[in-house]
Design a protein around this ligand. Structure first.
Ligand code: GAF
Length: 373
C-alpha cells in the first residue's frame, strides 16, 4: 500500500494503523443542514487513506502523497497552512474538547477526483479523527467524530459548513444512503440499490470552481439566519406555514426560505419513494431540487445548469447539482440503456460552448470511514 511505503520512507517506522474515510455525494437536501433540516447523502468509493502513529510529544508531522515534498513538522498548530489545516484542525478540536491527544505522524493519500466538490476536506478531517480516536483510546461515537471534524472546519479552517459532509463520511454504509436529521442528529441508513432497478447514478464533474463564489456560502447562511429571526423561529426547519412565511418576507430572504422549506419536503418525499421501492420515480424530485437551487437559492452556475439540462435531454430520469454549488458536480439518475446517450448529450453540450469535457462516472454507495489495517 502506497501510504505505508511513504510512511516508512518519511518516518523510518511502521504506522500503527491505516484508516480510510470517503467523500460523499448528496442525493437530496441541499443547504438544509445548517437550517436544522434533512439531508440524504451517500459515501462515494473515493476518499482519503491515512497511515498514522501516535507521538508522545505534542508534535504533528504530516505528508500528503498529492503534494510534492517531504513531511512537514508542525509544532504550533496555528502555524499550519493550506490542506494541513484540515488535519491539524482535528487535533486542535480534540484538545479543545479536553481529549488527551498529543502528537501524531501522518501520511495521507487521497483519490477524490479534483474539483468534484465531493467533500475531500471532510474525508481528511474524519480519517484523522477516527485514527486519533482509536490510537488514543478516546471511545468517541461516529457522530462525535463528525461533530469534532465540523468544529475543526468551522473554527480552525474558518469555513462555516453544516454537519452533512462529516456525518456522511463517518456514518454511511455500503449500499445505503444516510438520512440525517440535522437538528436531532438522528440517522437512518436507507437501502439505495440502483443496480437492482437497472439504474445508475452518474456524477458529472464540471471541474470548475468559481472563485468569485467564495463567501457566498456564508452569505446564504446569514440570509437564512436573518429570515428565521424575522419569522420568529429557531431555524427555517420550523417554518410550517410556507405561504404565511413568504408573505412576511421579501428579496433574498424570501427566496432562500422558499428553497429550504420545499427542499426539506423533497427529502421526505424522496425517502417515501425509496421506502415504497419506487427509486425509478425520484427523478422529478431531483429536477425540482435543481430548479430551486438555481432560481431560489442562487448557488448554481452555467456549467452545472448545462450538465443538468443536457443529462435530462439525453434521457436521464432526473438530475441536479450536488453539494455547495458554484461548480463541483451534478448527479444524474439514468437507466442503464440511456447511460451512453446521457454521456454524449452532456459532452456535446460542453463542446458546443467550448468548455473542457466534464468527467462522467457512476457512483455506488460505498462504506463510511473504517480502519483498513
Ligand atoms: C457544503 C457544506 F459543507 C455542507 O455542510 C452543506 O451545507 C452543503 O454545502 C450544501 O448542502 O458541502
Amino acid at each position: 500500500m502506497r501510504v505505508i511505503e511513504a510512511f516508512r520512507e518519511s518516518y523510518g517506522a511502521e504506522p500503527h494503523g491505516v484508516w480510510h474515510a470517503p467523500g460523499r455525494v448528496n442525493l437530496i437536501g441541499e443547504h438544509t443542514d445548517y437550517n436544522d433540516g434533512f439531508v440524504l447523502p451517500f459515501a462515494v468509493p473515493w476518499g482519503v487513506t491515512a497511515a498514522v502513529s501516535p507521538r508522545g510529544d505534542g508534535v504533528v508531522r504530516l505528508r500528503s502523497l498529492q503534494v510534492d515534498g517531504p513531511a512537514v513538522t508542525v509544532e504550533d498548530l496555528d502555524g499550519a497552512e493550506g490542506w494541513m489545516r484540515y488535519a491539524v484542525g482535528v487535533v486542535w478540536a480534540l484538545r479543545e474538547a479536553g481529549r488527551p491527544v498529543r502528537g501524531a505522524d501522518i501520511v495521507v493519500d487521497g483519490d477524490v477526483p479534483r474539483g468534484a466538490g465531493l467533500s475531500s476536506s471532510a474525508a481528511l478531517e474524519v480519517v484523522i479523527g477516527l485514527a486519533l480516536d482509536e490510537l488514543y483510546g478516546l471511545g468517541l461515537t461516529r457522530m462525535e467524530i463528525a461533530l469534532l471534524a465540523q468544529k475543526a472546519e468551522n473554527d480552525f479552517v474558518g469555513m462555516p459548513c453544516g454537519i452533512m459532509d462529516q456525518a456522511a463520511s463517518a456514518l454511511c454504509e455500503e449500499g445505503k444512503a444516510l438520512f440525517l436529521d440535522c437538528r436531532t442528529l438522528g440517522t437512518r441508513n436507507i437501502p439505495f440499490d440502483l443496480a437492482a432497478q437497472g439504474l445508475q447514478l452518474l456524477i458529472v464533474n464540471t471541474g470548475v470552481h468559481h472563485e468569485l463564489a467564495d463567501g457566498q456560502y456564508a452569505r446564504r447562511r446569514r440570509d437564512c439566519e436573518s429570515a428565521a429571526e424575522r419569522l420568529g423561529v429557531d431555524a427555517l426547519r420550523d417554518v410550517t406555514d410556507l405561504a404565511g412565511a413568504l408573505a412576511k418576507l421579501s428579496g433574498d430572504e424570501r427566496k432562500r426560505v422558499q428553497h429550504v422549506v420545499t427542499e426539506n419536503h423533497r427529502v421526505e418525499a424522496l425517502i417515501g419513494l425509496l421506502r415504497a421501492g419506487a427509486v425509478r420515480e425520484i427523478g422529478a424530485l431531483l429536477n425540482a431540487s435543481h430548479l430551486s437551487l438555481r432560481d431560489q437559492y442562487e448557488v448554481s452556475c452555467p456549467e452545472l445548469d448545462v450538465a443538468v439540462e443536457a443529462a435530462v435531454r439525453g434521457g436521464a430520469r432526473g438530475a441536479r447539482m450536488t453539494g455547495g454549488g458554484f461548480g463541483g458536480s451534478a448527479i444524474a439518475l439514468v437507466a442503464d440503456d440511456r447511460v451512453e446517450a446521457v454521456r454524449q448529450a452532456v459532452t456535446a453540450a460542453y463542446a458546443e460552448r467550448g468548455w473542457a469535457a466534464p468527467e462522467i462516472y457512476p457512483a455506488t454507495p460505498a462504506p463510511g470511514a473504517r480502519r483498513l489495517i
